[in-house]
Each structure stands twice: as structure tokens, then as C-alpha cells.
Write a protein that binds this ligand. Sequence first.
Ligand SMILES: C[S@@+](CC[C@H](N)C(=O)[O-])C[C@H]1O[C@@H](n2cnc3c(N)ncnc32)[C@H](O)[C@@H]1O
Length: 356
Amino acid sequence: MSLRDRLAALIAREGPIPVSRYMALCLHDPADGYYATRPSLGEGGDFITAPMVSQIFGELLGLWAVEIWSQMGRPARFLLVELGPGHGVMMTDVLRAGRVAPSFLEACELWLVETSGPLRDRQALALNSLATPRWADSVAELPGDAPIILLANEFLDCLSIDQAVWSGRDWHERRVGLDGDGRLVFSTDGGRLHRDAPSDAPAGSVIEWSDAVGEIGRVVGDRLVRWGGAALFIDYGRDTPGFGDTLQAIREHRKETPLQNPGRADLTAHVDFPAFLRSARLSTAMTTAVITQRRFMNALGVVTRAEALVRARPDRADTIARQLDRLVAPGQMGELFKVAAIHGPGLSPPGFETSP
Ligand SMILES: C[S@@+](CC[C@H](N)C(=O)[O-])C[C@H]1O[C@@H](n2cnc3c(N)ncnc32)[C@H](O)[C@@H]1O
């Protein structure tokens, strides 16, 4: 039975399900979930990510990690963690850039937090000649006995969200139900109200929240306060609170409606960075401002690095210019993607100090 048919049977039996449950089943159902069975990243797949656009992205993050390690007093052992490493491309660039400080590479114990079996295989292959990674299913499973430097690109956006719709008088939870013909549809007729939502929204407004994203903020914040270190999150999302339905499905580089092909498309939602950082601060961890990818990459020297690559390979100048544009141009990834860090005491994460 297809995932769509199993979802329809589940809803017929139990009633409309929360958006978070729908999302989790579409992405992680062991028999049919997108990441569990058929993740397809890259130019020839469903979507492309910044590390796949250019090596510069991972290299700059590698130098960021080396700088954090230096600020931490160059500990002899620390956990270098990536959440949701996809094809492992970013970590190969991070480790290559890490060669500027051989003792950084000697001190690092590499951990990849990944639930997808097929992607774990890709990561093992990509990192084969560079490192011996270990895998965990969640941040909570990481060893709790060393400082951490953690990197996550396009990870938080895959975590489940919930939604509510403002009727003009009340917030009603949005759920996934069935119409009279047995098709999957959104409904607002069954749910609890979202507790903290404002009451000044225009009718029809959608508000989103993610318990899963909040949990990552809380657990990472706890670890960084206890053991020291810093965590860098890059994702598309908002830097101020707001309304809007951002749940989207992407397949073959095109958006489609999230209910169209359960398990066959990547499902994501924009990350509410202010809410995420609030969860991290519950543990007294410190957080940076939320800035654009453009500003962050410029502060880390993306242009200088691109110029060095062009000097080494003048024949690739046009390609490198196009890649740079894709990473930082406002109409591309430059403004849509936001960057923020969570850190323990005594650290000043690079990239956040300069003006736009
Ligand atoms: C959009 S891909 C990003 C890949 C990579 N970071 C990049 O930039 O190319 C999302 C990654 O997060 C992983 N992922 C999704 N949900 C997860 C979860 N709940 N726990 C651990 N990994 C998850 C996916 O399997 C995949 O590796």
C-alpha cells in the first residue's frame, strides 16, 4: 500500500492528523519516507544546497570552526558535529580547510547526526579518505564528555512544524484530513488552539511553531553551557516573528503542494530563528544576532576566497563567479538564508561582528 493510501487509512480511522505528524511520516516513514528511502539531492535530484553549489561554503565554515577551537583554548579533544550532512560534501570541505591547523584535525572526533540510511552510506563514501566518522540518530545521543563545535546547514527546515489558522476570533490548529472523495486536504475543524499566538492577526493568517526545532535549541544550548563550544545554524527562515504558511514540497527543483506526493518530495518549512534562539537561551547559552547568509559569507571573506580560486584556475572564472552569485546574491541564497550561532561563555563567533 502506498504512503498516501496508508495516510488515508490512518486519517479515516483516527481523524485528521497534525501537520507535524504528516511531515514526520512523509520524511521518515521507514517504508516510504523521503529521507528514509529516496533522498535525492543535487543538480540532478530534487534540490541543491549551498555546499553543493561551491566548495567555498564548507571551506569558510571549516575556518570558522578552527577559529572557535582556537578561542576555546585549543582543547586536545572536542566533538566536531554536523547535523543532517546530506551527501557529506560540506564536511569534506570543512576538513580540507581544517588542514591549516593540523592539531585541530588531531583533536576532533567527528560525529554525524543522521537518520537516513541511504545518506549515511553517501557520507561514509564521501569522507572515506579524510576521517572516520561516527553516527548518531539525534543530538541527545552524542557523547556528553567534551566540548562541541557543531555545524548545520538546511537541517532545521526539515524538522516537523505545526500550524494554526486565525478565524478572526480563535486560532484553530491546521490538520491533514480527507475530503468527500478521499483526497488529502488541510482542515481546521478539529484542533486545539495554539496557546501563545497573538490575537491581532488578519483573518486567515497562519502561524507556525516547531516543538522539534525548539528541542534542538534546548539540547544544544544545554550541551554548550555544560561543555563549552559553539553551534552554527544556516537555513532559510525568518529573523523576526511573523505570520505565513511556509510549508512547502520540492521535487525535481519545483515547488508542489505539500499534500500532492507524500514521501516523494522533500517537505520543509521556514525556520523561526527568534523562537529557536529563545529555546537555546533557556539553558543560559548565548546566542548571536540572526544575519543573512550574504552578510555572514562576506564577513568570512567569500570574495577573497573566490578570487584565490580564480587565480588558481582562470579557465573556471565564469563558473566561480556564478557560484559566488548563487551563494550571496540577494535574489538567490544571499538574503533568504539566515545564519545564527549558539555558544558557551567566553566565545565570540566570527562573522557576526561586522555591519551589513
Ligand atoms: C536538506 S538535507 C541537507 C543536507 C546538507 N546539510 C547540505 O547542506 O547539503 C537535510 C539533511 O538532514 C537529514 N535529516 C532530516 N531530518 C532529520 C532528523 N530528524 N534527524 C537527523 N537528520 C535528519 C536528512 O537526512 C539530510 O541529511
